[in-house]
Ligand binder design. Sequence first.
Ligand SMILES: [Zn+2]
Length: 338
Amino acid sequence: MLAKPCFKKHISIFLFALLLGPLFWFLSFELGNSSAFTLTTPAEQEDYVRPGLAFFYLQQDWPSTLPAENNVLFLVNKSNSLETTYMPENLVSLSAYVPVARNDVLFKDVAAEAIKKIYLDMQKAGISDLKSTSAYRNYTYQATLYKNKIAEYRKKGYSLASATTLAEQIVVPAGTSEHQTGLALDLTTSALNGRLVEAFSETPAGEWLAENCWKYGFIIRYGADKTTLTGCVWEPWHLRFVGLPHSLYMKENSLCYEEYLAWLQSSGQYTYEAETGNVYAVYYTKNLDEFSTTNLVTEVSSDNLGGYIITTQIIPQILPGISLMDWQMLITYTVLGL
Ligand SMILES: [Zn+2]
């Protein structure tokens, strides 16, 4: 007996909301245009009308400022080094995410979460022989590895110059190692006795990673066909986290990170639709203060060269010309109005 008046009330609220809707839509349109970001790529926005995704996006809390800058897209190589004191934030113990050779291996949290997903999916595919021998290395430790490798060649009778050249093919000088970013890790298997060798690419884990790691934000950083560009020998065991959609874009276009960044710097931006349906717009700028977008900004990273890469997701539209931000405001104001 009590249900009937309650039902009637809900119907009244619904009809009231329908009547107020157009009014609040006009209000929200104006307010939407005065938000912190301005639309810089209207053509891209209109390309993506996604009624199916609308409900999901309406549940999101829309950020009004750019997220804090991180260093996930740092370029580190022999020409672009890190400060002696550079230490990544949010390091976690890698042993909680993937099997490790030593328990004191640290890794950046966002990359650790991604490698955990990789290992879980790899196990679902029937592969469990995988372990990490190394991830984050601080400057001092890298300097020791470098020095020891040169000493090893000196003992074999090489001159200092020859020993240094040979050592640098295996261990890079301190400050130029990606391991200092906390975003790179070396992987091997028990079948290989924990060695970091090219044969890793022929193991089930190595093959699975070469095919799939890109979907999780990782890249095989030093490819066999890119040695002159990366300055490193082929290392199928060395994975670097860069996040999405960057890894996918590099895989699809056969680019190493040096090529990808150079291309992004020259083109300034690109739009990418992933298989998941997510549509990304990626921007490059030297001046973060002047950057603006109405897209959902997921990440802002320095490139370690004085520029910034802004990763965004394009906001789907329910109808052409009406962004979800407008609809979100419409619903908010309608509910508030009640
Ligand atoms: Zn490595």
